[in-house]
Design a protein. Structure first.
Length: 270
C-alpha cells in the first residue's frame, strides 16, 4: 500500500516534495502494473477458454472421425456382403448355365447318335439284297416259365410286340434258327428283346455263327455283339454279316449267364 506523505514546512520541503513525487510515480507505476496484470489475467482466462474450446472441438472432431470410420466400416461390410451375395448368385447362374449347356450338348449328341444309328440301319438294309430265308423251325436252350408266350417262335412271327425269353440261371443260353435245306447266309437282322430299361444290355457278348453241320460252325461278324445306347426298336436293331457262309442254320450263343431275348430275327441269303 502506498501512503500519502505530508511534507513539513521547513528546509526539507524540497526533499519531501521530491520523495512525494517519486512515491506518486511509484504508485502510478503500481497501478499500471496492476492494470497490466489484469489484462494478462484476462488474456490467460481467454486463452484458457479458447484452449478448452479447442479441446472440445478436437474431441468433437475425433468423435466425428470415429463415427465416420465406423459408418464407413459398416458400409464397407454391407457392400462386401452385397458383392459376396452377387458373386454367389453369379456362380450359381454360371453353374446352372454350364449344366444346361452340358445337358443340351448331351441331348444333341444322343439325338445325333440316334440319327446316325438309324442311318446306319437304313444303309445296311439297302446293302442287304438277298432273299429272306424262312425258318423251318426254331429252338432255344430254355424258356422263361413265369410269363406265357415267350417261346422261340416269337422271334419269327413278324411281330415286334412279342419276344423270346430264356432262363436267367447263370448257364450259357442259345437260340437256333434252322433251315429246311443248306443255305448260303449273307446278313442277319436282330431286334433286341429289350428295347428300353435296365436290362437292355443283356445281348452284350452275343456270338452268331452259321451251323455248317451239327458240330462245325463258322463265325459271323462282329464276333461278339455290343449293345449300343438308345432306346426303341430302330436303335436296338442290329445287322450281322455272315460273309456267305453255307450251313443248315444259324446259332445265337450267349455265354454270360444271363437271359437271351429277341423280338425278331431275320436271316437273309447271300
Amino acid at each position: 500500500m502506498i501512503l500519502f506523505l505530508a511534507c513539513p514546512l521547513d528546509s526539507h520541503l524540497a526533499a519531501c516534495q521530491l520523495i512525494r513525487d517519486e512515491a506518486q510515480e511509484i504508485r502510478s507505476e503500481a497501478y499500471t502494473a496492476i492494470d497490466k496484470a489484469d489484462v494478462i489475467r484476462e488474456q490467460a482466462y481467454r486463452a484458457k477458454d479458447e484452449a478448452f474450446e479447442m479441446k472440445e472441438d478436437a474431441l468433437g472432431a475425433r468423435l466425428a472421425l470415429e463415427q465416420t470410420l465406423v459408418d464407413s466400416l459398416v458400409l464397407m461390410r454391407s457392400s462386401l456382403t452385397t458383392v459376396t451375395t452377387k458373386l454367389d448368385q453369379l456362380n450359381s447362374a454360371l453353374e446352372r448355365s454350364a449344366e444346361d449347356i452340358e445337358d443340351r450338348i448331351n441331348s444333341k449328341t444322343k439325338e445325333l447318335a440316334d440319327r446316325l444309328s438309324q442311318l446306319d440301319t437304313l444303309l445296311v438294309r439297302k446293302r442287304d439284297s438277298g432273299e429272306l430265308i424262312p425258318a423251318d423251325r426254331v429252338e432255344q436252350s430254355s424258356t422263361y416259365p413265369y410269363i406265357s408266350y415267350l417261346g422261340p417262335e416269337n422271334a419269327v412271327d413278324g411281330n415286334v410286340n412279342t419276344q423270346t425269353h430264356t432262363l436267367c440261371d447263370g448257364q450259357p443260353q442259345w437260340f437256333k434258327y434252322l433251315f429246311s435245306r443248306e443255305e448260303q447266309v449273307g446278313q442277319i437282322k436282330i431286334i433286341n428283346g429289350k428295347t428300353s430299361g435296365v436290362h437292355i444290355d443283356r445281348l452284350n457278348g452275343l456270338r452268331v455263327s452259321v451251323m455248317a453241320s451239327g458240330t462245325h460252325k463258322q463265325a459271323c461278324q462282329p464276333e461278339t455283339l455290343v449293345v449300343r445306347e438308345g432306346e426303341g426298336v430302330p436303335n436296338q436293331t442290329y445287322y450281322i454279316s455272315c460273309n456267305g457262309n453255307r450251313g443248315i442254320g444259324v446259332e445265337f450263343l450267349l455265354l454270360t449267364g444271363t437271359c437271351l431275348e429277341f423280338k425278331e430275327i431275320e436271316v437273309y441269303a447271300s
